[in-house]
Design a protein around this ligand. Structure first.
Ligand code: ZN
Length: 318
């Protein structure tokens, strides 16, 4: 089994005349896109992704490409000796891990994973595979996130305090994943109208089409102007921008990096992440007990070392 880095990130697997490119453009053979975040999306022909990921790629990034839908939890034969199964990775709508069975040896490429329940996603499924290629964005003991409900309560408290001060609470958030979690949070626990930027609106529309009920208003519409002009509201966008309101705008960001403090230029930061934290990653590997682990992204060196100290055969993927 030969593994190497793809030209634009990702991983390329070659084994027994079979080739698969994960989150990178396939030079030959098949491609797999784990989810619709821009640093994972590859264009090209013969690329498998879940139906939800394909609709997000088309709507948010306006890429057509030769994507073929793969259902969750079904073994799909790719050749006489190779089959693949997509499993929920818990990261964003449509996110998948790919488990390949190649002549009796199994490998899983996790893409980005989250191991906790959120308002819009279910946790990553367990997976039984000999070899793991696992993301380790937050594979450092400093990155242990508070329980989800605590972070949610903290966000809601900041929103009501900001509104009480006469300001508009605004969030900079990834357009796919965390923005929809925030919309769901405000829809569930407040009666505040939620106004969103264009990219967030496009992604949220795809969530709605795939069965996630979300109530939001797109910036630039008459409704948005009325809501922003008239009274209490929340604003969400993928970038900090000027919002057409006649009052102060206070910006917060939502990211796992917030456990280290509030980045410059923001009024607040909350550790709401679509990734597993250090403890989540560790538990996930320990529960699934792969024979070999390759760590990729973020703290890959440190996390591989942590796993080796716990008896795993682990190396950073370089
Ligand atoms: Zn991602």
């Amino acid at each position: 089994m030969l593994l190497r880095r793809g030209r634009d990130g990702g991983v390329v697997l070659s084994v027994k005349g079979f080739s698969a490119a994960f989150d990178t453009r396939p030079q030959k053979g098949l491609g797999f896109v784990s989810h619709a975040h821009s640093d994972h999306v590859a264009a090209g022909r013969n690329i498998l992704a879940t139906r939800e990921t394909i609709s997000l790629i088309r709507r948010v990034w306006q890429l057509s490409g030769g994507y073929k839908p793969i259902p969750y939890r079904q073994d799909i034969g790719l050749s006489d000796s190779v089959s693949v199964r997509a499993l929920n990775s818990g990261h964003v709508l449509g996110s998948a891990m790919f488990r390949l069975d190649i002549g009796g040896e199994s490998l899983v490429y996790t893409g980005d994973i989250n191991t906790v329940q959120t308002l819009t996603t279910n946790p990553a499924e367990p997976v039984d595979a000999d070899v793991f290629i696992i993301e380790t964005t937050y594979g450092h003991p400093d990155y242990v996130f508070p329980p989800r409900h605590e972070t949610e309560a903290w966000i809601l408290k900041w929103v009501s305090k900001t509104i009480a001060e006469g300001a508009l609470p605004a969030f900079k958030s990834y357009s796919i994943g965390k923005s929809q979690e925030l919309i769901k949070l405000f829809n569930t626990y407040t009666s505040l109208p939620v106004v969103v930027g264009k990219t967030v609106a496009n992604a949220s529309k795809t969530y709605v089409e795939n069965g996630v009920a979300l109530d939001f208003i797109r910036l630039g519409t008459k409704d948005a102007a009325e809501v922003l002009g008239g009274g209490e509201a929340v604003y969400i966008d993928s970038q900090v921008r000027s919002v057409p309101v006649h009052r102060r705008v206070k910006w917060a960001t939502v990211t796992g990096w917030a456990v280290r403090g509030c980045p410059e230029g923001f009024d607040a930061a909350f550790p709401l992440s679509s990734h597993a934290d250090y403890r989540g990653l560790l538990n996930y590997v320990e529960e699934n007990r792969p024979r070999k682990v390759y760590t990729i992204h973020g703290f890959s060196q440190l996390f591989a070392k942590t796993l080796r100290l716990r008896g795993f055969d682990a190396s950073p993927f370089t």
